[in-house]
Design a protein around this ligand. Structure first.
Ligand code: FEO
Length: 397
């Protein structure tokens, strides 16, 4: 995207879309691309809020020049230092040598560490305000959403929150940048997937940020990824609130790793049995073929999780082991949990899956099912019993 869009009088979008990167952070797929958002506030003074990914620096500088012409930038405000937002800081400083860089002490330290820039900096703390003319910008550190220096910037005259990654989502901006001007259908799933992948570990800091920002009247949220939220401001705050409290919908994720189809067959049997118990939201994933961020997304979305694994080299199926690590890392809470698996000559996976559920302090209403070698009527019966126990527990929720 090479366009300038006025969001409110004097506030312009100067970011860019990325359809080229296959995996965000080299980890998370981008089927709908991603946007790196930056905003230019033009008043008696000019403030640029965040920069963008290095691949798009030239587009970014062109967007800025198209608005400012020969005019300079007074302030560059840095809400977040992850390189998808900070990588163009040095280029902005080269193009606008007099720009003063604004950040909290942690930000200023990181700018020096990443880019060797340490002069003409303005250090701000909570509640400090920059007067641009008719508009002000006030700063609110929101640490660990999802880096230590993360900060939000608020314009009280326009009731606009520049939130950094908070309230962001995957998905490039098509046909405009403000939610009310574009079709937002793709962004809701992409918000869950973004949250689960990027921010999911930091539920408590997100809750702290929401509490800190709650007294501010907010009409518009200018996040660093995804649409400018104007029509759906309340909805996106609610989604982040629910996700960061690990509040989920009634539904079951079944995910398994299977080498020769035996554990897969157990998964199908359990899914079928849960459906027959009247639970209509059941999703089933083969971990070896599915996008891992989709699995994480649905684990954050639904309140029940059933994991299956073949025993592999006397341990877990490797992709399942990686999933457990991701869930442990994100301290995922409050699941109705079950597990199952199969082995040929050394049962191990089901023991490890059971221990995992206990370690996570999840509710485990049914007996784990462990299959040795081939399928049998007895195993079918145990799969159905596990499904029945899970469904009964969900009906209490
Ligand atoms: Fe979009 Fe935390 O960077």
């Amino acid at each position: 995207m090479n366009c300038n869009i006025e969001i409110t009088p004097g506030l312009y979008y100067v970011g860019a879309n990325d359809y080229r990167t296959q995996k965000f952070e080299a980890l998370w797929t981008l089927p709908h691309g991603v946007s790196y958002n930056s905003y230019l506030m033009v008043d008696e003074k000019v403030a640029l809020i965040d920069t963008i990914e290095a691949k798009y620096t030239e587009t970014f500088l062109t967007n800025i020049r198209n608005i400012l012409g020969s005019r300079g930038i007074d302030y560059l405000i840095i809400n977040h230092m992850e390189p998808d937002h900070s990588a163009s800081i040095a280029a902005v400083r080269r193009a606008y040598p007099d720009v003063q860089i604004v950040g909290n002490p942690k930000t200023i330290d990181m700018i020096n560490g990443f880019y060797g820039i340490c002069h003409n900096m303005l250090v701000v703390k909570e509640g400090d305000t920059l007067h641009l003319g008719e508009k002000d910008l006030t700063f609110y550190p929101i640490p660990m959403v999802h880096w230590p220096e993360t900060m939000a910037t608020y314009c009280p005259q326009e009731k606009i929150l520049f939130s950094g990654d908070a309230f962001g989502c995957f998905g490039a901006l098509v046909g405009g940048v403000i939610d009310e001007d574009i079709c937002c259908d793709i962004y809701w799933d992409e918000m869950y997937r973004y949250y689960a992948s990027i921010v999911g570990k930091y539920g408590v800091p997100v809750q702290n940020a929401l509490k800190k920002l709650a007294p501010l009247p907010i009409d518009i949220i200018c996040t660093t990824h995804g649409p400018v939220w104007k029509k759906y401001t309340k909805k996106v705050i609610d989604i982040y609130d629910r996700l960061s409290r690990h509040e989920s919908e009634k539904g079951v994720v079944i995910v398994y790793g299977s080498m020769y189809g035996n554990t897969a067959r157990m998964a199908e049997e359990i899914a079928q049995a849960i459906g027959s118990q009247g639970i209509d939201k059941v999703v089933l994933y083969d971990i070896s073929t599915v996008d891992k961020s989709v699995v994480l997304r649905d684990i954050f979305r639904y309140n029940s999780l059933i994991i299956g694994s073949a025993t592999y080299n006397t341990g877990l199926f490797p992709d399942i082991e990686a999933l457990l690590s991701a869930l442990r890392n994100r301290e995922v809470k409050s699941k109705v949990y079950g597990c199952f698996g199969s082995f040929s000559w050394a049962g191990r996976a089901v023991k490890e899956l059971t221990a995992f559920g206990n370690d996570m302090h999840w509710t485990m209403p049914g007996a784990p099912v462990e299959m040795r070698q081939g399928f049998s009527d007895a195993i079918i019966g145990q799969c159905r019993e596990l499904a029945k126990s899970i469904a009964a527990e969900l009906k209490k929720c």
